[in-house]
Design a protein around this ligand. Structure first.
Ligand code: 3AM
Length: 171
């Protein structure tokens, strides 16, 4: 099964992000992420065997992560897959630390972090036709995060669907 570690937005923020996705879609086209799929990916783990997935779920369920607040104040786009996202003007240092700490621990499970620059972001649109985000409303949202989620990704006809397999306890 295909797994990743993520933060899931609090409900009020999820709704705000959904409204932004609607505005962005009107401007940029493409496929809007369903509100219940909005997330911040911290570590993409790829294909994981069932037994290992169970061990990972237990590991997530038994731990807690330090709490933090992520300020969302920028629109962005990844050209090649046509992604429009919201995130920070600069990568949030607490999230970068969390990302690095998780990958260190994941090494104990035999996962290797492929080198690449971590840009914390929430994908709002995929396969966008226009990547111009100028003119979209300016942002100043705060995401208070407390818990880590282990999420399974299913590929379906109309895009990916997600199911949360485990959550860490509140810090
Ligand atoms: O958080 P977002 O939605 O931007 O694009 C995939 C998605 O990112 C990404 O992991 C998240 C959950 O599916 N993803 C998919 N395949 C990947 C890969 N091979 C990947 N990230 C890194 N390497």
């Amino acid at each position: 099964m295909r797994l990743f570690l993520a933060l899931e937005p609090p409900e009020t923020l999820r709704q705000q992000l959904g409204e932004l996705a609607e505005l962005a879609q009107a401007r940029c086209g493409g496929r809007r992420m369903p509100d219940d799929s909005l997330h911040l990916t911290l570590a993409f783990l790829g294909e994981v065997a069932e037994e290992r997935a169970a061990a990972l779920a237990a590991w997530v369920g038994e731990r807690s992560i330090p709490a933090g607040e992520w300020r969302l104040d920028a629109w962005g786009a990844f050209r090649r897959p046509g992604i429009v996202w919201v995130g920070g003007q600069t990568p949030d240092p607490e999230l970068v630390r969390l990302h690095e700490a998780l990958w260190k621990e994941l090494a104990a499970f035999g996962f290797n972090h492929r080198p690449g620059h971590f840009v914390p972001h929430v994908t709002l649109l995929r396969r966008a036709h226009h990547l111009e985000t100028r003119g979209l409303p300016s942002l100043d949202l705060v995401w208070p995060w407390r818990r880590l989620s282990l999420v399974r990704s299913f590929t379906e006809k109309d895009g990916a669907r997600y199911a949360t397999l485990a959550r860490s306890s509140s810090a």
